[in-house]
Design a protein around this ligand. Structure first.
Ligand SMILES: *Cc1c(COP(=O)(O)O)cnc(C)c1O
Length: 237
């Protein structure tokens, strides 16, 4: 657990860096939203972030997310939880109960299960299509064709409870800024192309950038950065 003042301070400093990066990149002020990634950090830390005004959170394991957020979400309707980690089919039921968005959709059959579970509880949910753009990460659709195949199903109306909202990626874990930049540019181009190809969807979200690379991501068009360490400190796995 971290000191209250520290989390508050970190949030302010990340917010300021985001505003500075927006300005530097010629982006509109407020164009980039901040998601606080609270995985492996206790409920107390989440509560402190909420006290400091943070409302968008990301978790990558459903069981952990459910335990921390299920009670919070019923108390505070303004809190928005995103699932950002690889999602197993058997975890979808709990995931859609707590999440307002599944940001790590990486296969067609996951959409089928999300639709099934959302339909069961009459809930609409946003999804982002995760695209594999970096060497090291294993997650995400591997090809544009596979994303197109999934979007074609959405277009046909196969998933009435699913709202395609945009794209997500993880840059490679490297010091090589050029490689990181290239990964973000790849996602940006994909999104541009899909916006033209699928005008019926409102693709407004580009989730890219983490503690180590969010300023580069903002330069490359990110609309939502996912920040863990820079807010909550190092994780104890
Ligand atoms: C953990 C995680 C983050 C946050 O990473 P930090 O480097 O701690 O900011 C962002 N995105 C995903 C998908 C993650 O799993």
């Amino acid at each position: 657990m971290m000191q209250n003042s520290k989390i508050n301070e970190n949030l302010l400093s990340v917010q300021k860096n985001i505003r500075d990066a927006e300005k530097k990149a010629g982006r509109k002020e407020g164009a980039v939203k901040l998601m606080a990634v609270s995985k492996f950090h206790p409920l107390e830390d989440v509560l402190q972030a909420i006290d400091a005004g943070q409302l968008i959170f990301g978790e990558n394991r459903v069981q952990e997310a459910y335990k921390k957020f299920q009670p919070l979400l019923s108390q505070n309707k303004n809190i928005e939880l995103h699932i950002i980690g690889q999602l197993q089919t058997n975890k979808v039921k709990h995931a859609v109960e707590i999440a307002s968005s599944i940001d790590s959709v990486d296969r067609l059959d996951l959409l089928q299960e999300i639709e099934k579970q959302c339909s069961r509880i009459s809930k609409s949910i946003k999804v982002l299509f995760e695209y594999h753009t970096g060497e090291e990460s294993k997650s995400g659709f591997l090809t544009e064709e596979a994303i197109v195949e999934a979007l074609e199903e959405c277009k046909k109306g196969t998933f009435p409870h699913i709202i395609p909202t945009g794209f997500m990626t993880m840059a490679p874990f490297t010091q090589d800024q050029a490689l990181i930049k290239k990964s973000f540019q790849t996602l940006f181009s994909l999104a541009q192309k899909m916006k033209v190809q699928y005008p019926m969807f409102n693709f407004e979200e580009l989730s890219m950038g983490m503690s180590g690379d969010y300023e580069i991501a903002i330069e490359e068009g990110s609309t939502m950065v996912r920040i863990g360490t820079a807010i909550f400190g190092e994780r104890n796995y």
